[in-house]
Design a protein around this ligand. Structure first.
Ligand code: SF4
Length: 369
């Protein structure tokens, strides 16, 4: 084994809680308050190296660096759309044993990692800047209309990988909102997503209000229940049809996580206050855009304090459906509104740089890049 392959990965401090940092500080012979200092350097000042933590002694930093690194990953590529939307490409290293989280890649021999990329999209809108973040490299849900789904599953992102998207975006200091709606199914990577949300919302972390964060899911059960119990962030559920058999034909996950069970669960929670639930409904011409669908969707959601987001579909190769004309989308929206369901049509952003919903493919992509 040569020197390169013998190299072990350092453990990343990014994503650690103050309690965990205290243990690391003690291990390096540092006082307990160094944990708070490290958290402040990483989550408030957003430094990228231990050397920048200048109120920690030089010797302390040296001892820390024997095993640890901050672990911020910078972006390796960036494209800007004509409408100001930006797509970032982030390198990620996945363990070859798929499904293993990367949170603890510390100590893992470098040769047991394979390298890929994930994308994050920054969407500017007046005084808002929303970051659409990825939670996995690829995805195992296999939705037919999604480029990420087509590339298969490569690995869960660690909390450090997720937080790096926030820290490394050029707009890091002026981000107002985040949606877990990039590559991957966030509730399939529950622990790392929740760890990232903890850092984003904690007083010792980024200090964001949970109201600034939305997790978008196809409704992975029972992780969805845990999410509703353990978080105060918003929820978006991908429906795409009011009929289970039709949904199944687009989303194989309907078989395991049926929409009726998902809705039964969602109805047990209160969305009349600060927390919101919305339903994502991608419009496919001739598939789910009829008045019959609008009426069935209205019946399905009746009595639930919610919103429906109608999403224009962006055609992808080898998929039979396109996007309905605007007039059909408007008629669908008006029918929902007339039925008492609040529905909005999501503005199409970043289409020219393949940054719209369902188009993210990273470097494992199959033809979208
Ligand atoms: S739409 Fe979401 S859940 Fe479905 S394959 Fe794509 S990334 Fe996965």
């Amino acid at each position: 084994m040569d020197r390169v392959t013998e190299r072990k990965m350092k453990t990343r401090l990014l994503g650690k809680t103050p309690d965990e940092l205290k243990e690391i500080a003690a291990e390096a012979g540092l006082p307990a308050f160094a944990a708070g200092q490290m958290a402040q350097w990483m989550y408030v000042k957003k430094v990228r190296s231990l050397d920048e933590m200048t109120n920690i002694s030089k010797e302390g930093r040296r001892r820390l660096s024997e095993k640890y690194e901050v672990g911020v990953t910078g972006y390796s590529g960036m494209q800007v759309s004509a409408d100001g939307t930006k797509k970032y490409l982030f390198p990620v290293a996945c363990t070859k044993m798929r499904g293993l989280a990367l949170a603890d890649r510390g100590g893992v021999p470098e040769e047991s990692l394979e390298h890929g990329a994930v994308e994050a999209v920054m969407i500017p809108d007046d005084d808002r800047a929303t970051l659409c973040v990825s939670s996995q490299s690829g995805c195992r849900m296999g939705c037919r209309f999604c480029m990420t789904g087509r590339q298969g599953f490569h690995g869960h992102l660690s909390a450090a990988d997720i937080l790096s998207q926030f820290i490394s975006a050029d707009e890091s200091d002026r981000l107002t909102n985040a949606v877990f709606m990039g590559m991957g199914e966030p509730l399939d990577n529950y622990d790392n997503v929740m760890r990232a949300i903890e850092v984003l919302t904690a007083g010792w972390g980024f200090g964001w209000s949970p109201k600034r964060i939305t997790v978008s899911t196809i409704g992975v059960l029972p992780a969805l229940k845990k999410y509703l119990d353990e978080s105060r962030c918003h929820l978006a559920v991908s429906l795409h049809s009011p009929f289970p058999d039709e949904r199944l034909s687009m989303m194989p996950a309907e078989k395991a996580f049926g929409m009726e069970e998902i809705l039964d669960l969602v109805r047990q929670y209160d969305f009349t206050g600060q927390r919101r639930v919305s339903f994502e409904y991608t419009m496919f011409a001739g598939f789910n855009d009829s008045i019959r669908h609008a009426d069935a969707l209205s019946r399905l959601l009746r009595g639930l304090e919610c919103r429906v987001n109608l999403i224009r579909f962006h055609r992808i190769p080898d998929f039979p459906y396109g996007c309905p004309p605007d007039i059909v989308i408007r008629r669908f929206q008006e029918r929902l509104n007339a039925n008492g369901i609040v529905a909005t049509v999501r503005a199409s952003r970043g289409e020219d740089i393949l940054a719209a919903c369902g188009m993210l493919a990273g470097r494992h992509g199959s033809g979208a890049e």
